[in-house]
Design a protein around this ligand. Structure first.
Ligand SMILES: Nc1ncnc2c1ncn2[C@@H]1O[C@H](COP(=O)(O)OP(=O)(O)OP(=O)(O)O)[C@@H](O)[C@H]1O
Ligand SMILES: [Mg+2]
Length: 277
């Protein structure tokens, strides 16, 4: 199968202001300095065309940073990232035309309605107003968005409703690559199922390549052909859900067991890493 997204030995580190440690010596307390956060640390993954590829990991393990690197929103410190053969650093605009991203912090025109925001997004992607109107209504209906809220301003929608508009916006323009960063976080079980089914439909009908992050193990198992388990910015393993479960334990092993087995660096390990920096 062809590769759609390739990350090769990608690194992205951030300098973080460090809190003064009250137990430290007086000099360190005066000059607490900075700590290096290895958000993405030597990551190599190869996502195939038409695949839904999951990223699972604890809070702060580097999933969103990796997605932002692929989305050209951050520059890698080192390594190489390409989307459908285009280098994200050298051919940033070409990459941007092929991708769309959903994140929990999606930005909207708050005073405009869901309908107006979606029509605006469609125009940016050269969809004709007539087609955009048809698609907007169909997608919102498909996602179970309440009909009577379509013209309400975004700021008066519930968080879950706003999340559905974010998903609708990403799917409206039929991108070749979709980066879904926790698309179902905060949704009720029925809405979650609506979004998941729609993601599967987009994969099947538009042959889209999708990277999905989630904290919902059942969702990862249901949607993803392969899953990468990330911990402390590093990929611990990549395999099918079945493959991961087999490696970690017996027939009754769950994805949650896999998650616990492969993630969760404790404080002492983090302190050791910090000393080594
Ligand atoms: N702009 C930034 N400046 C400094 N540090 C950052 C920045 N963005 C991310 N980080 C750090 O990088 C690490 C990875 O963060 P990231 O948001 O990628 O995690 P995540 O896996 O998406 O977590 P979550 O599950 O909570 O969404 C964290 O230590 C975070 O504090
Ligand atoms: Mg995140």
């Amino acid at each position: 199968m062809d590769s759609a997204i390739v990350c090769h030995q990608v690194r992205k580190y951030f300098w973080e202001e460090q809190e003064a440690d009250p137990g430290a010596c007086w000099l360190k307390r005066l000059r607490p300095g900075k700590k290096l956060a290895k958000a993405v640390d030597d990551v190599s993954i190869d996502v195939k065309r038409g695949e839904i590829f999951g990223l699972l990991g604890s809070n702060g393990s580097g999933k969103s940073t990796l997605i932002r690197l692929i989305a050209t929103l951050l520059l890698p410190d080192s390594g190489y990232v390409s989307v459908l053969g285009q280098d994200v650093v050298k051919n940033r605009l070409a990459v941007r035309r092929m991708i769309n991203r959903v994140s929990v912090d999606a930005a909207f025109f708050k005073k405009l309605s869901a309908y107006e925001n979606l029509m605006y997004a469609a125009r940016l992607y050269d969809v004709s107003p007539r087609q955009a109107k048809i698609d907007t209504e169909a997608i919102l209906k498909r996602l179970g968005f309440p009909r009577n809220k379509i013209y309400a301003s975004m700021e008066n929608l519930s968080r879950g409703m706003q999340q559905k508009v974010a998903v609708a916006r990403a799917l409206l323009t039929s991108p070749m690559v979709l980066l879904l960063d926790e698309p179902t976080t905060g949704l009720d079980p029925k809405s979650k199922r609506d979004v998941q089914d729609f993601v599967l439909e987009v994969q099947a009908e538009h042959d889209a390549t999708i990277i999905l992050t989630t904290h919902d193990m059942t969702e990862a198992e249901r949607l993803c052909q392969r899953i990468a388990i990330i911990d402390g910015g590093r990929v611990e393993d990549v395999d099918t859900a079945e493959g991961l479960k087999n490696k970690v334990g017996g027939p009754s092993t769950t994805m949650e067991d896999v998650f616990f087995a492969l993630t969760g660096r404790d404080w002492s390990k983090e302190a050791e890493d910090h000393e080594a920096d």
